[in-house]
Design a protein around this ligand. Structure first.
Ligand code: HEM
Length: 399
């Protein structure tokens, strides 16, 4: 990093446009100093009552310097603090109680979105302000996706053979692709991204992307996949409900009805969603009035890593089961957000997570390359939190 910085600096210094570069550098320094001075000292917000407060959808800056920053920020500044994000006065919500108020109790007041250049006028769903346009778009998408049942009620989804067939088709392609690589270590992110993208593309456009599709490559380059590697422990002797294979076997595809028999898979998925939340979702708090136009962020990272709610929060521990294998769902677990702007794709996402993960584990053994690096689990900045590139060996289990 330092070397790259030095080499860029030396090329700038040797360039004919040196006066211009120095001027730009000067302007940049003044700007940074200005922001630093404005931001400094505002550890507690001054709040003013007002209706219709905006909230910001994505705030990956919270992960700068690694995810732990979020938590240390929470420790230092408590459940609510303000900061100056460029020109925007921004409140950051770090506790479940305040998040509940922002997302649910006063959900509509905080359901707005700021205007952002990149969103081209916010005509989509995620970036659209709380408006009649957003409502009609959301209703449209929701009715399409509610083919999958209401959020979390996967038993309803089991009655939808077309959707599960589509997912199984994409899983089959993925298994074939992963299984064809052989014993060399590789990064499966692109294949997995294509498989989950193809589920939505088949449902909506009846079309899928093939390998090496230029358009898909562009999407992947931008988004770079969301994949989790999960190692299985040897706890099955102690806890019978951990036996995956015994519940489903290796011969037939995993069905949604297997979900009740695979609570550990579910708990692993929940833990993955907790320990690496998609983003610090947006939104205020304990009756504190908030000035209109203030951006409010719900720091999902802090919510999901609060040691009061989650003992040893940085430990990956599928804790969503009680001692007898029954499901536990703490109210402070909000991987899909809550309230009016809750994730509209939650049902589909849960369906895919279950079928992809259980089918992949059923048909492929994943291992680390013998001499390779252990995947970096910190995540990296993006529109959503993504895993950095990593290598695994995928060995088909049926041959
Ligand atoms: C593991 C998978 C997923 C996670 C963890 C996730 C999480 C989230 C979260 C936290 C939000 C913001 C909620 C808020 O602002 O309070 C969101 C919004 C959204 N999600 Fe997802 N999501 C997932 C998958 C999907 C899928 C598969 C789709 C579509 C097929 C989808 C479509 C959307 C849309 C359209 C919004 C914006 C909703 C609005 O602003 O009204 N998501 N999601």
């Amino acid at each position: 990093m330092c070397t790259r910085l030095l080499s860029s600096l030396s090329s700038v210094l040797s360039s004919p446009s040196l006066p211009f570069s120095l001027f730009s550098l000067f302007i940049l320094l003044v700007f940074v100093l200005h922001l630093w001075r404005r931001g400094g000292g505002s550890s507690r917000p001054t709040l003013v009552r007002g209706p219709g407060v905006w909230r910001l959808q994505f705030g990956p800056w919270l992960w700068e310097e690694g995810h732990l920053t979020c938590f240390s920020v929470r420790c230092r500044l408590g459940p609510l603090f303000s900061m100056q994000l460029g020109p925007h006065f921004t409140l950051v919500v770090n506790s479940y109680d305040l998040a509940k108020e922002v997302l649910l109790t006063r959900g509509r007041d905080f359901a707005g979105r700021p205007k952002m250049l990149l969103t081209r006028g916010g005509k989509d769903i995620a970036f659209c302000d709380y408006s009649a346009l957003w409502k009609s778009h959301r209703r449209l998408v929701h009715s399409a996706l509610s083919l999958f049942g209401e959020g979390g009620r996967l038993q309803d989804i089991g009655k939808r053979p077309r959707e599960t067939l589509i997912i199984h088709g994409c899983v089959d392609d993925l298994v074939a692709e992963l299984g064809s690589v052989g014993s060399r270590a590789f990064d499966p992110s692109a294949a997995v991204t294509r498989a989950v993208t193809n589920v939505v593309c088949t449902l909506v456009f009846s079309a899928t992307y093939r390998r090496d599709d230029a358009e898909l490559k562009e999407v992947i380059d931008y988004n770079n996949g969301i994949v989790e590697t999960i190692a299985r422990g040897g706890l099955v002797d102690l806890f019978p409900w951990l036996q995956l294979e015994e519940q489903v076997g290796l011969e037939r595809p995993v069905r949604l009805s297997d979900r009740t028999r695979l609570p550990y898979v579910e708990a692993v998925i929940q833990e993955g969603l907790r320990i690496r939340p998609r983003q610090p979702g947006p939104h205020s708090p304990h009756g504190h009035p908030v000035q209109p136009g203030t951006r409010v962020l719900v720091n999902m990272w802090a919510l999901h890593h609060n040691p009061t709610d989650w003992p040893k929060p940085d430990l990956f521990n599928p804790r969503f089961l009680d001692g007898r294998g029954g499901r536990v769902s703490p109210s402070c677990f909000l991987p899909f957000g809550a309230g009016p702007r809750v994730c509209v794709g939650e049902s589909l996402a849960r369906l895919e997570l279950f079928l992809f993960l259980s089918s992949l584990l059923q048909r492929i053994s994943f291992s680390l390359p013998p001499a390779g690096p252990v995947p970096d689990l910190r995540g990296r900045l993006g529109v959503v939190l993504q895993p950095p590139p990593y290598l695994v060996v995928a060995t088909p289990r049926h041959t």
